[in-house]
Design a protein around this ligand. Structure first.
Ligand SMILES: [Mn+2]
Length: 325
């Protein structure tokens, strides 16, 4: 593992920029996850608490309502609805190639651009650049900035940061969970963040019907040791008349990637009578690009999360195997 960057010089500059800024826009990536949302919400609260600048947060997609119980009253502005030339500072948090890259093309010439990220393959660049993939999450980098300034963290800030950390570490199960990550989480709990409330919010879309379906599906997951792939198919008869929701299926795939040695998971399911969908998720450090697999089936997405839709039927054989007709 490479040496972790401390960003002390950058943090000093960032603190100075925030002190002199008037109008700041903080943006998370499209189709935002809890790290993108947690980081921009935490940064908004921190700026409002300690600096005089105006702060707007947003994303090209809406706020996840499932997180409203832990981050109440949050409203995202869509950059398309804003005059981006009004901002003197724009900050992109987490996976900045998915949204922030578009924002920086529309800002005024003297606007200061800032990136805080933990994705090694990022191509978007900025005036002030803090990106290091040895951090579990963007929220963990932000925590270090907040403590560097010696300005106070309150319960709202701690909750938003811990939500991002819990989400990006798969609840502290992925290999990106370092001793530092756990120390940060412990401190955020001391500041009032609740692991229980965060976990409930992150997994609030689960219900008994979903869990029953998961049970039937999980019984038959096949793990291919050589490739590190976990694969499962859900045929019509497994659904027991239950109307499948695609989000639930991608949750199964995500959960499978938290199992040790699983590098990627593929969940194939009968969506309706003649449509099969697939949900693919890769473990962050597993070095598998699942979008390449999805592409071969006409689908798409990202390296870590993608999907496809094909016509056909999943047939379960007597031996408990399955095939697509
Ligand atoms: Mn992240």
């Amino acid at each position: 593992m490479s040496q972790r960057q401390k960003f002390l010089k950058e943090f000093n500059t960032l603190d100075y920029i925030l002190q002199s800024a008037n109008n700041i826009f903080v943006i998370g990536h499209s189709n935002p996850d809890a790290d993108a949302i947690g980081s921009i919400v935490a940064l908004m609260h921190f700026i409002q608490k300690h600096y005089k600048a105006n702060v707007t947060i947003g994303c090209y997609d809406p706020f996840l309502e499932s997180l409203a119980s832990i981050m109440p009253g949050i409203i995202f502005e869509n950059p398309e609805d804003l005059d981006l030339t009004n901002f003197d500072v724009v900050i992109g948090c987490d996976s900045v190639d998915r949204g922030f890259n578009r924002v920086i093309e529309c800002v005024s010439e003297d606007c200061v651009t800032i990136i805080i990220d933990h994705h090694h393959d990022t191509v978007t660049r900025s005036d002030l650049y803090m990106n290091d993939d040895t951090y579990s999450s963007t929220c963990e980098i932000l925590y270090n900035f907040f403590t560097f300034t010696q300005k106070k963290i309150d319960k709202k800030i701690a909750t938003a940061l811990l939500a991002g950390i819990i989400f990006d570490t798969g609840a502290f199960q992925h290999a990106n969970t370092s001793a530092e990550t756990l120390a940060v989480a412990a401190d955020l709990i001391k500041h009032g963040a609740s692991i229980t409330k965060i976990n409930t919010a992150l997994f609030s879309d689960r219900n008994i019907e979903t869990l029953n379906l998961w049970g039937r599906a999980l019984e038959r997951v096949h793990f291919y040791k050589e490739s590190g792939l976990a694969v499962v198919a859900i045929a019509n008869e497994d659904k027991d008349g239950y109307l499948i929701n695609s989000g639930e299926m991608s949750n199964i795939a995500s959960m499978l990637t938290t199992v040790p040695n699983v590098r990627a998971a593929i969940v194939v399911y009968q969506f309706d009578e003649n449509t099969i969908k697939g949900s693919l998720r890769a473990e962050k450090h597993g070095n598998i690009d699942v979008s390449a697999i999805a592409h071969t089936l006409g689908g798409g997405g990202h390296k870590l999360a993608s999907g496809f839709t094909i016509p056909g039927q999943i047939i379960t054989t007597k031996e408990g195997k399955w095939q697509i007709l």
